[in-house]
Design a binder for this molecule. Structure first.
Ligand SMILES: Cc1ncc(COP(=O)(O)O)c(C=O)c1O
Length: 352
């Protein structure tokens, strides 16, 4: 039996089976774009459906070690779902302040794991409200001498160290020049991947891809100026609406050290690739999971990417996390019951 609190390789490590996610070569999109070595790192296949399980496994293991009985966190959805699941396994009470407008499936997922939720107006979209919430919660956790479990180095470096394993797995799997494309909100994920590469002295460039409506880091990285708050995030891509600067300047420094750059992409391009990933690769991700591929398209059109390099897109979250975007974005035909004769007629048409 696999005891989640007692995996044999690391006795104190709480694990629900996160990490070691598949790295699959593109079957259709890469060849069509002239990219023979385009890969997708399927972080959507982690236990709660996103890479944040790596963060939660590291952090909740630490909480267990510290005999912590409560976890107070903030989340745009995925961190909350991951923390709620790992806290359920560890039987730690979990309270999460969630961003305004977080997708319902992510919220229900947290609730099902037993977390208590607080949704705050403007949290996540307004830089002012966001920093007030962060300050208040940081104050609370500071009194307990614990980091605030936000997936950013600025708040919680020990949890983010768990995310660096994404880079280790990619470096172990691929030889030769590797270019890793990472979707970014506050920049913590990009920084974790870059630090993972740097820590292993790996040969990979790490690129930071942001929606135009939340360009706190990407353009600054291209133009050599410090990261900047956008005041109000206008992107609709859940998970990437981080109007304030979290790990921005550290991300810029780490990507630069590796020779990586930044790209901004439109929400429309992200939604197009979201659909293409499903239609042409069989990969069902949430919109943020398609951002890296939109960044690859932009880098290719800017002439900034060697088409023969190993190109890795991080597919960071599962499609089941954001069914509202599937409903609103793709004009899929309704599925309603037909009588059996009509159904057989339609079947014959489909087969003709
Ligand atoms: C699915 C997904 N991808 C990417 C990110 C980006 O992470 P970061 O804010 O660390 O840049 C997030 C953050 O919540 C996310 O949920």
């Amino acid at each position: 039996m696999n005891d989640p609190l007692n995996s044999t390789s690391q006795p104190d490590r709480l694990s629900l089976g996160e990490g070691n996610t598949p790295l699959v070569r593109s079957r259709n999109i890469g060849p069509a774009m002239g990219l023979p070595n385009l890969y997708f790192k399927l972080e959507n296949l982690n236990p709660t459906g996103s890479y944040k399980d790596r963060f939660a496994a590291a952090l909740v293991s630490e909480m267990v070690g510290n005999r912590q009985t409560r976890c107070i966190a903030t989340s745009s959805g995925n961190t909350g779902a991951a923390l709620a699941a790992y806290c359920a396994a560890a039987q730690i009470k979990c309270i999460i302040a969630v961003v305004d407008g977080a997708p319902m499936p992510k919220l229900k997922q947290m609730q099902l794991y037993g977390a208590e939720l607080l949704m705050i107006d403007g949290f996540g979209t307004s830089a002012e409200v966001t920093s007030r919430v962060m300050d208040h919660l940081e104050n609370l956790t500071g009194k307990l001498n614990r980091p605030l479990p936000i997936s950013a180095y600025r708040f919680c470096a020990s949890g983010m160290a768990g995310v660096e394993s994404i880079a280790h797995e990619i470096l172990d799997a691929l030889d030769g020049t590797t270019e890793i494309f990472v979707p970014a909100g506050g920049g913590g994920l990009t920084l974790a991947v870059a630090r993972g590469v740097i820590g292993r002295k790996g040969q990979a460039k790490v690129h930071c891809i942001q929606p135009e409506g939340n360009d706190t880091i990407a353009t600054s990285l291209r133009t050599g100026i410090p990261a900047k708050s956008v005041g109000h995030s206008t992107t609709r891509i859940s998970g990437l609406q981080v109007a304030s600067v979290l790990d921005g300047n550290e991300t810029i420094a780490a990507c630069k050290a590796l020779g990586g750059t930044g790209q901004t992409i439109s929400d429309a391009a992200v939604l197009r690739w979201h659909k293409e990933l499903a239609f042409r690769e069989g990969i069902f991700c949430e919109p943020a999971g398609a951002v890296a591929l939109a960044g690859v398209e932009k880098a290719i059109s800017n002439g900034e990417l060697d088409p023969n390099a190993n190109i890795v897109c991080l597919v960071t979250g599962s499609g089941f996390k954001d069914m509202a975007t599937v409903d609103s974005g793709f004009s899929l035909p309704p599925v309603t019951p037909a009588d059996i004769d009509n159904a057989f007629k339609k079947l014959a048409q489909l087969l003709s």
